[in-house]
Design a protein around this ligand. Structure first.
Ligand SMILES: NC(=O)c1ccc[n+]([C@@H]2O[C@H](COP(=O)([O-])OP(=O)(O)OC[C@H]3O[C@@H](n4cnc5c(N)ncnc54)[C@H](O)[C@@H]3O)[C@@H](O)[C@H]2O)c1
Length: 285
């Protein structure tokens, strides 16, 4: 991305998966990259591997669900890396269980990372970007932030909230005439460690619900994180708000939902065509 050389990119959840691929892509563009994550050993390894390729990559441990931790992160970024230009609110966790079997603590965990994480990072980084009238924010939602799926109420609720808050913020930035851009990234199935999110669940939350396995396609058959990162960067370059990794596969389900709302039709699985289930891991009923 011409013109982005030396600018600062902050990527949360950058130790793994899509976040790491985004950090690597930002590094390849010559950006100074801050990799933030709760997983210290993996984070350090991720930053080291980017530095080995010649990147200016810094690891900063942070828990996005914790406001104080994110405030510290923002101070540290300003002090050690400079003004943030690209903020990618990517950190996320996924738990799957029917609503009746998911304890409140799991809601706290899923909303804490996926929703509060985005809110905390926006509160910590956006004021500086607005003051400089420069930069771009990407909030990572999901196809689950556009349509719904069984056995994932907390995740679907969090991701819908991220979509809606991003869209609302877009309107507010437009109205204010700000040059700061904002996009919402909605991935469908991407080959990452997301189904192993229980690894980050704090012990203080007590026993977790037994997980309902989500039937993902084999990981080597789904999109690789590097491709998702390329799609994200193309969207940022075009200052596109909606960035979907699988727009064709998702279109039927998104359209069916919107039309169902307008027609007053109850939710059904009619929209789950084979391409969509393959891209999202959903099981047709
Ligand atoms: N992989 C998919 O199929 C898919 C689909 C839709 C949306 N997403 C979203 O993409 C984003 C990236 O997930 P991924 O698929 O790369 O999964 P991943 O598990 O490989 O990576 C997530 C990263 O977030 C970090 N993280 C977790 N809790 C954190 C916290 N409290 N503070 C800071 N970092 C934390 C993890 O340590 C990990 O490095 C998430 O928001 C996820 O919901 C993924």
């Amino acid at each position: 991305m011409a013109g982005y050389q030396g600018k600062v990119a902050v990527v949360t959840g950058a130790a793994s998966g899509i976040g790491y691929a985004v950090a690597a892509r930002a590094a390849a563009e010559g950006m100074t990259v801050v990799l933030a994550d709760i997983d210290a050993p993996r984070l350090e390894e991720a930053a080291r591997s980017l530095r080995a390729g010649g990147a200016d990559a810094r690891a900063m441990v942070a828990d996005v669900s914790d406001r104080d931790s994110v405030t510290d992160l923002a101070r540290r970024v300003a002090r050690e890396a400079g003004d943030t230009w690209l903020l990618v609110n990517n950190a996320g966790v996924y738990l799957s269980a029917p609503f009746t079997e998911m304890p409140a603590a799991d809601w706290e965990f899923v909303l804490g990372v996926n929703l509060w994480g985005v809110v905390h990072c926006l509160q910590a980084f956006l004021p500086g970007m607005l003051e400089r009238d420069s930069g771009h924010v990407v909030n990572t939602s999901s196809i689950d932030g556009l349509v719904t799926v069984r056995n994932a109420t907390s995740y679907v609720a969090a991701k819908h909230a991220v979509t809606a808050l991003s869209e609302t913020l877009y309107r507010e930035l437009e109205e204010a005439g700000s040059s700061v851009g904002i996009s919402v990234l909605c991935p469908a199935a991407v080959a990452t460690d997301i189904l192993n999110s229980g690894r980050h669940r704090p012990a203080r939350l007590g026993p977790a619900a037994p997980l309902t396995a989500r039937e993902y396609p084999p990981l080597d058959e789904v999109m690789q994180p590097e491709q998702a990162a390329d799609i994200m960067f193309a969207g940022v370059r075009e200052r596109r708000f909606w960035i979907l990794t699988h727009p064709e596969q998702g279109a039927g389900a998104i359209r069916a939902r919107a039309e169902g709302i307008i027609a007053g039709r109850n939710p059904d699985d009619e929209s789950l065509d084979p391409n969509f289930t393959k891209a999202t891991g959903r099981q047709p009923s």
